[in-house]
Write a protein that binds this ligand. Structure first.
Ligand code: SF4
Length: 476
């Protein structure tokens, strides 16, 4: 997805119980999940009932540059890498969020987005709650602190019964680490084991870096407790799975198993299906590296065309979308890719990307390919047109800025200046899924599985604080 500057990453979480120095394991896990968020990183650990934490802005390696990891002692820890989907990128909004409650010290790390966060926050503030951040995740901790049940698990369940939307959580207490997925299971969360210690992580690539064995996914609506006696599981809410299909199309790492499926294999199958639907008379197929590599390979192999590396990504440029400054983003687009002229010169080229968001970057890329000598450029997209914003943990532009919501196929092709354009159909996408009815497709069709009032934006909380009015669109 070259439009990543406009379609921003979400977050990654890790939790460990039972390791000699759990924070070190969490650090490694976060390192593997760096693609899920580059704005801030943090770890909280528990040592003999003492809650210790450290968080900072930047990449994991930068945030923990000063040896802070050494003081995060203890056998249990959780961690978080963040791209802000609600609230600005400030240190107060970094996670884990640590608080002291009548139930003891608690730290929480959240991947997802709470769609009723504004309403809940207004209610809580009216009843005297004081928030330290503008992150939606803090609301869960306030609800937890107010809950009056006898056990921590019941209090957590009561708190979560108030929130709607997407949450894959890891929670640290003095005795345990918890992993919880919302009833729809929008975001992934997996469980693994190594040397008797248990690990929770957003993706299996975080288990792999630790040499941990993958046990299973946490189920939608499930809560697991990892403690000295092992694993205990509760089905907190009846499952109603609507897993984010974009985790498979773009977000997750290709070497991960997400929602029980190999991300690489799913992407390859999407490319094959795309070739069936939109073949092209061409000399070769290239990908927009790296997230589209597997789809391009699938497309090429289905048509018997050579798959070549016609576009080279500069891996030493920070992922462009992590930088909130428009000026730097523009610069990032120009320096991020280069072409291999000897491959493109005089050839008819199919370029496969996983999605088009605004279209501006795709257009620049087509220009780059033509300057690199491509005789024809046929653009193929391994997902259907994105016409609706996401409210479940992915920072997307407003609807009017999504090119497919304002332009038809022909107009998009003209804008991109391509010789032909083809998107994978919804039917094609669903044919590739093993259980298509268990996925969310709202950004393609506007059918949102969890309703919300108006159209919350990333900065809704700040706008509330500043007394601004939000544009309210009709809920689809
Ligand atoms: S709206 Fe799109 S990106 Fe958001 S959860 Fe649904 S499928 Fe994923």
């Amino acid at each position: 997805m070259i439009e990543a500057i406009h379609w921003r990453e979400e977050c990654g979480v890790v939790g460990v119980f039972g390791a000699p120095q759990a924070a070190e394991w969490v650090y490694s896990g976060l390192y593997a999940l760096q693609h899920r968020g580059q704005e801030s990183a943090g770890i909280a650990s528990m040592d003999g009932g003492r809650l210790l934490d450290y968080k900072n802005l930047g990449l994991v390696s930068d945030a923990f540059r000063g040896g802070q990891l050494d003081r995060l002692t203890g056998p249990s820890a959780i961690g978080h890498v963040r791209y802000s989907t609600t609230g600005r990128n400030t240190l107060e909004n970094a996670q884990p969020i640590s608080v002291s409650t009548r139930l003891g010290g608690v730290a929480l790390a959240h991947n997802g987005n709470i769609v009723n966060a504004q309403e809940l926050r207004r209610e809580m503030e009216a009843r005297g709650s004081i928030f330290q951040s503008t992150s939606d995740s803090e609301i869960i901790l306030h609800a937890l602190a107010r809950a009056q049940d006898a056990t921590f698990e019941k209090c957590l369940a009561e708190a979560l019964s108030q929130v709607a939307g997407a949450y894959s959580l890891v929670v640290l207490t003095s005795e345990a680490v918890y992993g919880i997925r919302d009833p729809h299971g929008f975001r992934p969360l997996v469980l693994g084991e190594k040397d008797g210690a248990h690990v929770l992580a957003s993706e299996t690539c975080a288990l792999d870096i630790l040499g941990a064995t993958y046990i299973r996914e946490i189920e939608p609506g499930e809560m697991v407790r990892l403690d000295a006696s092992g694993i205990t599981s509760w089905q907190l809410f009846p499952p109603s799975p609507r897993k984010c299909v974009f985790e498979l199309i773009y977000f997750s790492r290709p070497d991960s198993i997400v929602f029980g499926e190999s991300v690489h294999q799913v992407r390859r199958a999407l490319g094959e299906r795309l070739a069936d639907e939109h073949p092209a008379e061409a000399d070769l197929v290239i990908s927009v590296p790296d997230s589209s590599n597997a789809a391009a390979q699938g497309y090429a192999s289905r048509l018997g065309l050579p798959y070549e590396l016609g576009l080279i990504r500069n891996h030493y440029v920070g992922r462009t979308f992590i930088n909130p400054s428009q000026a730097v983003r523009e610069q990032g687009v120009r320096v991020k890719f280069n072409v291999v002229r000897s491959i493109l010169e005089g050839r008819r080229v199919v370029v496969v990307d996983d999605s088009i968001v605004r279209g501006t970057t795709s257009r620049k890329l087509v220009k780059l390919l033509r300057r690199g000598g491509a005789k024809e450029v046929h653009f193929r997209v391994s997902s259907p047109p994105i016409e609706w914003p996401c409210f479940y943990g992915i920072d997307t532009p407003e609807r009017r800025d999504l090119i497919a919501s304002t332009h038809n196929l022909e107009e998009i092709g003209t804008y991109l200046r391509v010789d032909s354009l083809g998107y994978l159909s919804m039917e094609g996408l669903q044919l590739v899924q093993r259980q298509p009815a268990t996925f969310c497709y709202a950004c393609f069709g506007g059918k949102y599985p969890v309703p919300f009032k108006g159209m919350p934006t990333k900065l809704s909380m700040e706008n509330d604080l500043e007394g601004e009015k939000h544009p309210v669109d009709s809920t689809p």
